[in-house]
Ligand binder design. Structure first.
Ligand SMILES: [Zn+2]
Length: 59
């Protein structure tokens, strides 16, 4: 559980190692989107499904 929170709040791009920026895409869905400032990497967290969706490209 501690590791889960660490991963959720401090993450870095696998390509350039910059800290990912966190965005709340939608208050209703509460989906959290993290993305590299250089657009290398994007990760979405869906609390309703307890699921991460990772992608190499930022949509
Ligand atoms: Zn990057």
């Amino acid at each position: 559980m501690i590791r889960f929170f660490k991963n959720l709040f401090v993450e870095h791009c696998p390509k350039c190692n910059k800290e990912l920026e966190t965005h709340k895409s939608n208050l209703l869905s509460s989906v959290v989107v993290k993305s590299c400032p250089e657009q290398h990497y994007q990760k979405e967290y869906h609390p309703a499904f307890e699921t991460y969706i990772e992608s190499d490209t930022v949509s």
